[in-house]
Design a protein. Structure first.
Length: 338
């Protein structure tokens, strides 16, 4: 590659170029042997070919140190800098900076020498200013602003749903741990108490816990206007996620995954062996990654395939157990159908 500053100022050779038709074979290939009577049919040479030949000859002479054509041995008043990146090539050299092969300037010449342009100085960017710099505000009625608001609402809705699941499970667990607010004082603590149904103290206390949980479920169902079965299912799903899939539960709490992702994760995680925490962890990590990238429908297929891979039991054993647990459910439809 040649320096464009050199090719514009270099004088043309006064002799015929090596690319002329009369000497095309012997000058271009000095080591080749041709018959004296051989003729070469070559196209006419235009100005672009002459310029290319001159540039190639100059580059070979000053870069490789080899000059195959004696007619190009004259000195040309050009710089040997081939345009390499650096202060000299960019025109940023100080006045006293010289080319490596140029003689040093004396004091009188240095005074009359034309000063070279110096490197431009740019003001340093303040780090605090860069941190506090804010992008241009978006118009409140623009589509981007509406989409951003929609995304924020969806995230908050997911967080609220996760908090609803957490509170349902918390209330039911607290009702079992402290049944007094739901069913009153424990009658078995009274020494004079006698059960009219003839139950033991352990049986009475067990019934108290069951009644406290049922009371809490009924209260939640009334306040949320949902069925009691829905309350129990949500509490069970929240416990399963917290125990077996903490990573997936955290993504649900943060609003990064939807309720359908969480419900499907809990359903599949609950089918894993109860005594195999390693399968829980493997399924949890894989399910959380897929839930953050896939829609609920595609996630359901991918999560089922993941569950099959991490399950410790064989497919035959699981098939026999599923056969024992099979059943029939009817769902009412319109127009007398089910």
């Amino acid at each position: 590659m040649t320096d464009p500053r050199v090719t514009l100022d270099r004088p043309w050779p006064a002799h015929e170029s090596r690319a002329s038709a009369s000497a095309v074979g012997f000058d271009r290939y000095p080591d080749a042997v041709f018959s004296p009577g051989r003729r070469f049919d070559v196209p006419s040479v235009d100005e672009d070919d002459l310029r290319l030949d001159a540039d190639t000859a100059w580059a070979r002479r000053h870069v490789d140190g080899w000059s195959p054509w004696p007619e190009l041995d004259e000195e040309w008043p050009v710089s040997h800098d081939l345009g390499a990146a650096g202060p000299v090539a960019m025109g940023w050299a100080a006045p006293e900076a010289l080319l490596p092969d140029s003689p040093a300037l004396d004091a009188s010449a240095a005074e009359t020498a034309t000063p070279q342009p110096t490197a431009p100085e740019f003001p340093a960017l303040d780090a605090s200013a860069a941190e506090t710099a804010t992008p241009e505000p978006t118009a409140p009625d623009s589509p981007d602003a509406h989409l951003t608001a929609l995304q924020a609402v969806a995230v908050e809705r997911r967080r609220a749903t996760a908090e609803e699941y957490r509170l349902i499970a918390l209330i039911l667990d607290d009702a079992v741990a402290r049944p007094q607010p739901w069913v009153g004082q424990d009658p078995t603590l009274d020494l004079a108490w006698d059960d009219t149904r003839g139950r033991s103290v352990a049986a009475v206390r067990r019934d108290r816990l069951d009644m406290a949980e049922r009371a809490a479920v009924a209260e939640i169902a009334v306040r949320l206007r949902v069925s009691e079965q829905t309350v129990r299912v949500r509490a069970s799903q929240a416990r399963t996620l917290q125990e077996r899939s903490p990573v997936s539960w955290q993504t649900f709490v943060d609003g990064r995954t939807s309720e359908r992702h969480a419900v499907e994760t809990a359903r599949l995680a609950s089918s894993l062996p109860h005594d195999d925490p390693a399968s829980w962890t493997a399924f949890d990590v894989g399910a959380a990654d897929r839930a953050s990238r896939l829609t609920p429908a595609r996630f359901s297929v991918a999560a089922r395939a993941l569950r099959e891979r991490v399950h410790a039991e064989s497919l035959e054993e699981r098939h026999r157990r599923a056969g024992r647990d099979r059943g029939v459910w009817l769902t009412a439809e319109l127009d007398g159908m089910a």
